[in-house]
Write a protein that binds this ligand. Structure first.
Ligand code: BES
Ligand code: MN
Ligand code: MN
Length: 462
């Protein structure tokens, strides 16, 4: 291990310089204007893999953005780790809230990152974490210490639902055959408190439209007699939760797995301070489902949230108008055993049912995905624990995350392989938000931990 560590130490500045170049390319998958940038980013990943020593590096075209593949097979009899990650990023807006350009990476110090953090869209989610793997791989190759086979699968559509990756997996089961999947696209509790993610929530995402009169109307001439779609949409959305924070859609909770008291107790052992939480977010108190802690509300319980809502006049000044339509984007985070398609159907049926006759409602499903739970009694989980213990000096705590990586459940279904979620970000790194950043401590700690994972995993499988 010492030679890898020496190699990493000698190449620190270059590891950062290259990441900065990677982050400069605006790989926004949701925005068709950036399609060429997304492709360029795929090229960057492919060439980084080749330079690091990967074979059979390919950029696979899809109906959407390309998928990058690369591998190093040291011995077909040895186990194979498939590293998955995504090089696409969320749109950077609102731009005016960034303190520096989202695609002009700069290093700044923060309270939680006294050694500095690189500020850029994708720095934490997930380009920075993907690049840790490429640099760890490079180090193992350069020091002749890669102890088992490795495959890389880096996609460009995670932030828009991974639908082409799903087809790619089904069509390339042999190419992707592996003994374990390793993903760094999640967070740790704190830099002095490592954790491993053992669960992710699922997702059902949809868009609703409420249409009233056939045109915008004068709100004085017609107001009072004609149902206002914006008011009606608000009433309908408000009715989706009761006073106790329970979702009112019939059947919504039917399949929800209820944890045993002991399991809930374990979950709540993770360090959490409500005062720090509310202070960090600038809120007076939290507001969630009665009877559950914040940790539970954000991990083992499903949610329903409006992600965006619009309709009527939103320009300067006032315009007295009774709008013809209103819309909203709504997401529901799901927990084990709930099925995304089923929940989408239940929502649609209910939403159509509660609409007053004065409006027409349409519900358009977007992407979805299933929740995942990763086992903790496997050689790969033990290897990840031991690797983190080695580099952080503390055993990682298992945590269930509230976020979603829908491909994890799919990997399990299609490739029949379990995943290790060994991410290194912090929840406060502003992913999907202005001023996303990734701590240099976290970046280097990741690069250092990954070779240990390979070492311990390969040893355990001998
Ligand atoms: N890396 C995140 C998911 C994540 C973040 C998991 C933090 C755990 C902790 C991923 O890129 C993501 O944003 N996923 C989307 C889902 C996707 C279908 C758009 C999400 O969770 O909103
Ligand atoms: Mn991600
Ligand atoms: Mn994301």
């Amino acid at each position: 291990m010492q030679t890898v560590l020496n190699y990493l130490k000698e190449n620190k500045q270059r590891q950062l310089d290259e990441l900065v170049e990677f982050l400069r390319i605006p790989s926004v998958s949701a925005d068709p204007k950036h399609a060429a940038d997304v492709r360029k980013t795929a090229g960057f990943v492919a060439s980084a893999l080749t330079k690091a020593g990967a074979d059979n590096v390919r950029i696979h075209d899809t109906k959407g953005h390309p998928i990058v593949y690369g591998e190093k097979i040291v011995d077909p009899k040895k186990p194979t780790v498939l590293v998955y990650g995504h090089y696409d990023v969320q749109p950077p807006d609102p731009l005016n809230l960034w303190t520096s350009g989202p695609f002009e990476p700069v290093i700044k110090k923060t309270d939680l990152h006294p050694d500095g953090a690189v500020f850029a869209r994708g720095s934490c989610d997930d380009k920075g974490q993907v690049y840790m793997h490429i640099k760890a791989f490079e180090a193992m190759m350069a020091t002749d210490s890669l102890p088992c086979n490795i495959k890389f699968l880096v996609e460009g559509e995670e932030e828009v639902g991974s639908s082409n990756l799903e087809d790619f997996c089904r069509a390339n089961k042999d190419l992707l055959a592996c003994s374990v999947i390793l993903i760094s696209d999640t967070s740790i509790i704190a830099n002095n408190c490592p954790s491993l993610t053992v669960g992710l929530r699922g997702l059902s995402y949809l868009e609703v439209e409420v249409v009233g009169p056939n045109r915008d109307l004068h709100s004085g001439v017609y107001g009072g007699a004609v149902g206002n779609p914006v008011n009606i949409l608000c009433e309908m959305i408000a009715s989706l939760k009761d006073k106790k924070g329970k979702i009112t859609i019939p059947g919504f909770y039917d399949d929800v797995v209820r944890l045993k008291p002991a399991e809930r107790k374990d979950l709540n052992k993770a360090p959490f301070k409500i005062k720090e939480y509310t202070k960090d977010l600038g809120i007076k108190e939290t507001r969630g489902e009665d009877g559950f802690t914040v940790i539970e509300q954000t991990s083992i319980r499903p949610t329903l949230d409006v992600n965006g809502i619009w309709g009527g006049y939103i320009g300067e000044g006032a315009k007295t108008v009774l709008p013809s339509k209103a819309s909203a984007k709504i997401s529901m985070r799901l927990v084990p055993n709930q099925q995304s398609d089923k929940i989408t159907k239940l929502f649609t049926k209910h939403f159509e049912k509660i609409a007053p006759k004065s409006v027409k409602v349409t519900v358009k499903p977007h992407h979805g995905g299933e929740a995942a739970v990763t086992p903790t009694d496997t050689p790969e989980y033990a290897a990840a624990m031991k690797a983190m213990k080695t580099t952080f000096g503390k055993n990682p705590i298992p945590v269930r995350s509230g976020g979603s990586i829908p491909i994890v459940a799919l990997f399990e279904k299609v490739l029949k392989v379990k995943t290790v979620l060994m991410g290194f970000g912090l929840d406060s790194d502003n992913i999907h938000s202005p001023n996303e950043h990734y701590g240099l401590f976290n970046y280097y700690k990741g690069i250092e931990t990954i070779p240990y994972f390979f070492r311990y995993y390969a040893d355990a499988k001998k």
